[in-house]
Structures are given as structure tokens and as C-alpha cells.
Design a protein around this ligand. Structure first.
Ligand SMILES: O=c1ccn([C@H]2C[C@H](O)[C@@H](COP(=O)(O)OP(=O)(O)OP(=O)(O)O)O2)c(=O)[nH]1
Ligand SMILES: [Mg+2]
Length: 150
């Protein structure tokens, strides 16, 4: 387990702190910390507060915000930024960009579980400038489908 500092910004969240649903869960659900229900119109993106701040503190870790599969697949509620990346030094309010990519209005209820937070290890790179790569790899410069589809 990675220790992560959690600050409650809205006291209603005290009853609804993010938690792993099962022993094997990778993500903790984040709730929409709203005063009242809000309708996300087809194609619309809104920024939803979670009522929480986290501070990971250790640059060897980050957090990602991912869609919930049920909401994404059945209701078309995904993330406006596709994936949210939470830096280890971020201390601001945790926000979820909610995009209704469906053709039906979606009513987001207060405290509804909207997205999920996953803590991930991070390797930070130090670039070493070169004129040419010292070894030619099997792939070389091939990409974007160069290996075919079958
Ligand atoms: O879904 C998200 C994505 C980001 N953040 C916060 C945490 C993150 O550390 C910070 C900055 O995110 P990012 O670097 O992706 O955004 P940016 O547009 O590059 O902003 P900045 O210039 O502040 O880095 O915003 C969220 O609360 N929710
Ligand atoms: Mg940034």
C-alpha cells in the first residue's frame, strides 16, 4: 500500500471516502460532490468536483482518473480529457471532467460514483542526447500499423 494524504474539502464526503470495493480492486470510485443533480447534455463536458484533495508526495507514484466501464459503455459518460493524470505534487481539488459522448442527456446525481482513481508507479526519465541511436532495433522506425493487422 502506498500512503497518500487525503484532505476532505466538503464535509459530506466524510461519509463517502474513496475505498477499494474488493480486495483485488485497482481503482477507488470517485463521487460527484454536487449540491444538486446536474444534466449533462449530449456532447457536453462539465468539470465535477470530488470534494477531495490528495497529495501523493512521492514522485515515484502518480494517480490516474479513469472512466467507470458501466457508465462509459452504457451511458456514454467518459472523461473530457480521456484520462486524468494527477501529479505527485498536486495539492488542489481533485476534479473529474465528465463528457457525455452519447446522444441522450444524462442526469448526474449528487454523490453518484462517476469515475475511478488508480495509483500507478512512475518511472521518470533523464534524456541523454544522441545524434544516432547506438543500436538498430528490430522495429526500427516502423510504427502506426507497420506490423499489419493479422
Ligand atoms: O482529470 C484531472 C486531471 C488533472 N487534475 C489536476 C491534477 C493534475 O496534477 C493537475 C494538472 O493536470 P495536467 O498536467 O494534466 O493539466 P495541464 O493542463 O497540463 O495543467 P498544468 O499546466 O497545471 O500542469 O490537474 C485533476 O484534478 N483532474
Ligand atoms: Mg501539466
Amino acid at each position: 500500500m502506498v500512503p497518500v494524504s487525503l484532505k476532505i474539502l466538503d464535509q459530506r464526503m466524510r461519509e463517502h471516502l474513496p475505498a477499494y470495493a474488493t480486495e483485488g480492486s485497482a481503482g477507488m470510485d470517485l463521487r460527484a460532490c454536487l449540491e444538486q443533480a446536474v444534466t449533462i447534455e449530449p456532447g457536453q463536458t462539465i468539470l465535477v468536483p470530488t470534494g477531495l484533495s490528495i497529495h501523493i508526495g512521492d514522485p515515484d507514484y502518480a494517480a490516474v482518473i479513469l472512466p467507470r466501464s458501466g457508465l462509459g459503455h452504457k451511458n456514454g459518460i467518459v472523461l473530457g480529457n480521456l484520462v486524468g493524470l494527477i501529479d505527485s505534487d498536486y495539492q488542489g481539488p481533485l476534479m473529474v471532467s465528465a463528457w457525455n459522448r452519447s446522444q441522450t442527456p444524462f442526469v448526474l446525481e449528487p454523490m453518484e460514483r462517476l469515475a475511478q482513481l488508480v495509483i500507478v508507479p512512475v518511472a521518470r526519465a533523464q534524456f541523454e542526447l544522441v545524434d544516432d541511436f547506438s543500436q538498430v532495433s528490430n522495429r526500427g522506425q516502423g510504427g502506426f500499423g507497420s506490423t499489419g493487422t493479422r
